[in-house]
Design a protein around this ligand. Structure first.
Ligand code: HAM
Length: 432
């Protein structure tokens, strides 16, 4: 009996692996271009880390295990608690600002659906030690650089931005005390994911009081910062001004970084995770067919709560699943080839060793090369070379060999020429 793979987890055959590598390569180059450094942590962490740091939703999705030694562990569902744990362990020794990135495997026991699996890869960018909007704008702009590297543009995706500090100030001003904010955020985070009337009912069930609920629902209708200005002026609310100015600066800085076309204020973005304190954002496909490609925000208090010193922090996570789905929907999946630059074809059985010798020398020169397994069969050799993206085919044998040369075909230009066997490899490496 064949044993199937685990539900909502993927096998990566070479074709799928090429796509994952390509996505991770784009994430990596966008990170390095902005001066971020790679890091990683173990796949297992103590269960306690997530219980304390991630919030109920993620804790409910953990893969947990108890070791033979009795330790309670969990497979990482996100990187931020590990990052906070690692940074707080060496905080004074690490050079500032701390600019870290990773593309890491993680697991969440979620209800499997389009864009949501139980194992996925997530790009994380985190910037610590830079207070205020400059840091927020920097990480959002790097997220967009990574998506642009994958071929996406402002007509296809948008960044929806809000601020937890702005929301906290507004909620406070309309009469919802701080201890009820987490509950309001938990319901608000469901906006767009469940029907509007079910959402209204959830707000009502919070028993916030008639007046605060009515004001809350009115504030939540605001579709732009201008709308918000009008509504809050009518309600004579003022204490949110500092948080509002901070958010406006995030927009201004992102404009300066060339990303204005992507930006949208969205009062429904509050993020499901417990640790966010300031501006928060999510990136979506404009057609809103898929779940969020990316989510992040400012979490200035997480380090302190891990026993470290207070340190401003902002970052995001972007998954490979939604991104691949969006590229497929937009017919933007790249054609990826994985062949060697040189394909060496022995024309006769006696030339197999000569072909292997040329192959070995090319590899020693740092070039990618492979010899076809069977002598002859030119048609098959050229077909494979073309499909795998080879640049040069070298035919070893025939009349040319007897005359001390080989026939070399450049697949890009279609030209052919004969090169002397003596000094062949240096001539070839000068060519491709
Ligand atoms: P998150 O919103 O939980 O944030 O996840 C970020 C992204 O990871 C999502 O937008 C989605 O693309 C992807 N993702 C999450 N769960 C799944 C899943 N089950 N299947 C496929 N993709 C998924 C965080 O994880 C924060 N730790 C991000 C962060 C970093 N904040 C600050 N620094």
């Amino acid at each position: 009996m064949k044993i199937p793979s685990v539900k909502y987890m993927r096998d990566f055959y070479p074709a799928e692996m090429r796509l994952r590598d390509w996505i991770e390569g784009n994430w990596r180059s966008a990170s390095l271009r902005a001066g971020f450094e790679p890091w990683d942590s173990p796949i297992l962490e103590s269960l306690e880390l997530y219980k304390r740091k991630s919030g109920d939703e993620i804790v409910g999705q953990l893969y947990t295990l108890t070791t033979k030694g009795g330790e309670e562990l969990a497979i990482r569902p996100e990187m931020t608690p590990s990052l906070a744990r690692m940074i707080s362990a060496r905080q004074s020794a690490l050079p500032r600002p701390i600019k870290w990135f990773c593309a890491a495997r993680m697991c969440r026991y979620e209800r499997g659906q389009r864009g949501r699996l139980r194992e996925f890869w997530q790009w994380n960018i985190d910037l610590l030690g830079v207070p205020g909007p400059a840091g927020d704008a920097e990480v959002i702009s790097v997220a967009l650089d990574g998506l642009e590297a994958c071929g996406l543009n402002a007509e296809e995706i948008e960044v929806r931005i809000n601020s937890r500090s702005l929301m906290a100030a507004l909620l406070e001003a309309i009469g919802i005390p701080a201890e009820r904010h987490a509950a309001v955020y938990a319901v608000t985070d469901k906006r767009g994911k469940i029907p509007a009337d079910a959402l209204q009912e959830m707000y009502r069930e919070l028993k916030l009081g008639e007046e605060p609920l009515a004001r809350l629902l009115e504030v939540l209708t605001c579709e732009s910062l201008e709308d918000l200005g009008r509504v809050t002026a009518a309600m004579k609310l003022q204490s949110h001004q500092a948080a509002l100015t901070e958010l406006e600066d995030v927009f201004r800085y992102l404009d300066a970084l060339g990303k204005k076309a992507y930006l949208k204020f969205d009062i429904g973005i509050v993020r499901g995770l417990a640790y966010y304190t300031g501006p928060v954002f999510e990136i979506y496909d404009r057609a809103s067919k898929l779940r969020a490609l990316c989510g992040g925000g400012r979490y200035d208090r997480l380090l302190e709560t891990m026993g470290g010193q207070a340190m401003p922090a902002v970052g995001f996570g972007m998954g490979d699943v939604v991104l691949s789905e969006l590229l497929a929907d937009l017919k933007k999946l790249p054609t990826l080839q994985s062949g060697t630059d040189f394909v060496i074809v022995p024309l006769e059985e006696e030339r197999v060793v000569d072909a292997l010798r040329i192959t070995g020398m090319l590899r020693q020169q740092g070039r990618s090369a492979e010899a076809t397994a069977k002598a002859g069969n030119l048609g098959k050799a050229f077909k494979k070379a073309n499909e795998s993206g080879a640049k040069v085919v070298v035919l070893v044998g025939g009349r040319e060999w007897e005359q001390g040369s080989v026939r070399v075909k450049d697949l890009q230009s279609g030209t052919e020429r004969d090169l002397a066997i003596d000094g062949l490899v240096s001539q070839l490496t000068g060519q491709a």
